[in-house]
Write a protein that binds this ligand. Sequence first.
Ligand code: ZN
Length: 535
Amino acid sequence: MAVEHFTWADKIAGELLKRGRKHIVHGMWTPSGYFHIGNARGELLVPAMVARAVKDAGGSARQNFLADDFDDMDKVPAGIAVNAEKYNEFLGKPLRECPSPVKGYDNWASYFTELALEDMEKFTEKPKFHSVYDEYRKGKYDKVIRIVLDNAGKVRDLWEIIAGTHKPENWLPVMVVCENCGRSATTKAVSWDGKKLGYVCSEAREYAKPCRHEGEIIPRKGNVKLPWRVHWPATWFVFGTTFESAGKDHFTKGGSVDTGHAFMREVFGKEPPYQVGTEFIQLAGQKISGSRGNVITLKDWLEVAEPELLRFMMISYQPSTAIDFDMHSGKLFLLEQRHHESEAVYYGQKSLGEKRDSQLKREYMLSQVKKPAKQMPVQLDYSLLTMVVQMYPHKSMGKIIELLHSLKALKKDKLAKGDEQRISVMINRARVWVEKYAPDDLKLKLNETAPLLNLTEDEIDAVFTLSKELSKDWTEQDLQSRIYEIAREEDVEPRRFFQILYKILLNRESGPRLGPFIIVVGKEKIREILDTLKK
Ligand SMILES: [Zn+2]
């Protein structure tokens, strides 16, 4: 089957299918802090979209998500509300063996992992989860550790040639978990006779002291782990990984991608996976970290936006492009407009030219978690919704839907099954957005009295003419037209007149369509405000 390369995911799928029909795509994350949308990009959604594209092109793909919870805690990340001193005794131990920062969870790693997994399946078909700690303990890495030990010289040479780091002659590329103190960062393997591995706990770290224990073990079931540069390709070997996205920083010359590929080919005798470098998501110019305060978790996202929107963000940017995003500015609204546009194109309600349409349709399909509905779902302008929920904090859902109809905001006369549900979810999300993220200039409140404005006599006359006429019966559309007429009759430029009215009513330069808006707020109420304008 010919593969149409409309998105980066389809291009990658095309490359993968040249190599074979069956694929294992792979994401791996260290659960030292919160799983955020930047992690989700590289470790969850880029692989998920590649897997979908492989399947759509006729191949088969399975997705793994690995928590690298055998990794040590080397510091308590900033911004996580724990007494850092209490963790001093755990530094240098696996994240799985450090106490949870929050009561009710087994350990540090499981707290952050459970949070991540909880929301994951709302964003994608749930990947198969693996705990690296458990896999080592089950013995899944035993064979590969033996290969590494038997080929220690080769590993050492490749490491030196590629990364330029010299290791001593008798150096062994493994980390023994000290039987006495439980740390691996403080141990040094000193001998390997093909069966037994000797070690000493002698290496001082900034964050952990060695306990001086000396011992000999048979490497098996998690008593030995591999240093990152070897652990990574060993994981490809263990899981048969054929595709992985990784942080762009790994791709520097002589970096862990280069050594990983060499170890995979030369030591494990396998082809390395196809890899793409994925850039960070920045929050208003700042790198996201896993600590609270400067992070958007999947849960944070779901509070204000649909999961499809995050997928759309990921598919519409190349993984190698840094994305600058934040919740406070209009970026979320713009993203949604773009998503709506792709939706309209997908359902044939809009066209931007054949080539662009094909691309947008494909982006829309890949942005969907489930199969798209038969009928185009109702679309609502996010920024308008944030105004509506601010104007009517206490209105029932039914009343708000009526209001949205009257504002012509629903863009369809008859709601289909599921539309009301979608609207009510969107309304709740808009409410949270206003409460948590709205900057001052997007906060909307009906004025009690008109602000002081520097108006001409004509402009003042126009305001009072409108006020008087509000006592009559009006349909929304007729009132809207009448506002234009009043402006013209009073020699005021209509755009200027609307600006003045928004200023008087909302302290803004623009706002919702005034005819419907006035009817819904109530003509009497509007009249009261207009009449406070100083003559
Ligand atoms: Zn020790």
